[in-house]
Write a protein that binds this ligand. Sequence first.
Ligand SMILES: [Zn+2]
Length: 292
Amino acid sequence: MKTVPICLTVIYCFVIVISTGCSPSNLQDKEPSSLERREDFSWPAGTRAAISLTFDDARFSQIDRGLPILDEYGAKATFYVSLRPLEERLDAWKKAAANGHEIGNHTMTHPCSGNFPFARERALENYTLDKMRYELQESNNIIERLLGVRPVSFAYPCGQKFVGRGQDLKSYVPLVAEEFLAGRGWIDEWSNDPAFCDMAQLMGVELDGKDFEQSRKGRLSAVKQLIDRTLANGGWLVFCGHEIGEGGRQTTLSSTLKAICEYAQDPANGLWLDTVEEVASYILKQRTGTGG
Ligand SMILES: [Zn+2]
């Protein structure tokens, strides 16, 4: 008498395995998430580490001050754009994208914890995963319609990776893993280990306010110190900035940006400077054994 339920259970399980076995997330799972040995990973010939320069919110100074510096050195950066300022300077952003800079997703409305007064109306504590999925997909659709490029990487607004609160809180990192090649955090303290890192929550180190060689009042590590530490351990350092200029709140110093570009240009330093998309793609190819 018990054989019928058992048979049904077996059939049910078989159907579940078959039906979920071909989903996109399962296909991603088949790729090695990390390499067992760090020695199995190698950066492109002549380089020992990678850095990416990323800037958030499509602030106007990124166009007016940052892009001329980057373009002078031929350096490519990643810009996680907010939609309203993007539309206000659309032609300049089209030119930046055509010039090889990466345009990334930063949501439609920049939701953060409601503890920030500016975010109370779109507080992550009141979000659901479905609402966030809509934000991510619709932002990609709008950027594609405006610029003709579809973002493949994402930066978490305020570096926060949750929706909901308390016992109902959920991480939206798995959602970012489904929708994007890579997701970048904010105010992290270390570089990413290319053999191990989770692409959906890359560490992002603040660039704003930092000098290239001098640490300020002993509080902030100088940029060169961070880069040299990354070179020593063969990592991928992802810098994050906002405004670009001579000083002020949330501002990457023009002098620091120039110094990074110069440092990366000298082959003797063994540094690969490229966009998040390029570096992430290279790392994933290495992990799957399809890279050179
Ligand atoms: Zn932001």
